[in-house]
Design a protein around this ligand. Structure first.
Ligand code: HEC
Ligand code: HEC
Length: 155
């Protein structure tokens, strides 16, 4: 992980970075506090390159990763709404999920998503990752994936 590179990229669009009049450097804006336009810039400069690295380590086909890989049609209609109905729909219950990961490919992908994708994405967004006991509303699979039988894809 390279925090320095991230904060530098964030600095590119935070006008107050470094303080022109010699004042103290401003903290980079957190994702939650960004405007929609700032989020577009942040996704371009930080999220896409950082997440591409994560995905390519799993499968070289992700050299071609783009905004649409995660956002589906939201990347072309400009809404960037998540979760995205165009990425694979995941099972909506724990029982169905356990059934789903009996398939070795589903299990392999899920393990990668759990170990690498979710934690890295949460880190970039500066939010805490989901935890059954301690953080049930934290960042999880369904921030990106819709879930079967759940309207709008989010429980
Ligand atoms: C690895 C997956 C991934 C990629 C690649 C990605 N994004 Fe995102 N993006 C997300 C996630 C996840 C969120 C939603 C965060 C949340 O609110 O939970 C998001 C949110 C956004 C938002 C904010 C939407 C809102 O409602 O405020 C914008 C705008 C956006 N992305 C633009 C882009 C652009 C432009 C690109 C390509 C340069 C891109 N994204 C690439 C995962 C991704
Ligand atoms: C930052 C967004 C994001 C998060 C968070 C995320 N995924 Fe994914 N996932 C994706 C994208 C994008 C793809 C599709 C990649 C492609 O184009 O092949 C994908 C693909 C998958 C696949 C492959 C399905 C198939 O049929 O090919 C599985 C399984 C999967 N994810 C499970 C999970 C699980 C389980 C979690 C939570 C632990 C999770 N994902 C979290 C973005 C995400």
């Amino acid at each position: 992980m390279n925090m320095k590179r991230i904060s530098m990229a964030v600095c590119l669009f935070v006008a107050a970075c470094g303080g022109e009049d010699g004042g103290p450097a401003a903290e980079p804006t957190a994702y939650a506090d960004m405007s929609f336009e700032e989020r577009v810039v942040f996704m371009n400069d930080v999220v896409l390159p950082e997440m591409k690295e994560v995905f390519v380590a799993f499968d070289p086909k992700f050299e071609a990763m783009s905004c649409a890989t995660c956002h589906g049609n939201g990347a072309t209609d400009g809404t960037y709404t998540m979760p995205s109905p165009q990425i694979p729909v995941l099972p909506g219950t724990e029982e169905a999920f356990l059934e789903y990961v009996k398939d070795p490919e589903a299990a392999r992908w899920s393990q990668f998503m759990l170990d690498k994708v979710s934690p890295r994405m949460a880190e970039l967004l500066q939010v805490a990752v989901f935890d059954h006991e301690t953080n049930p509303n934290g960042f999880s699979c369904h921030n990106c994936h819709t879930l079967e039988g759940v309207p709008g894809g989010t429980p």
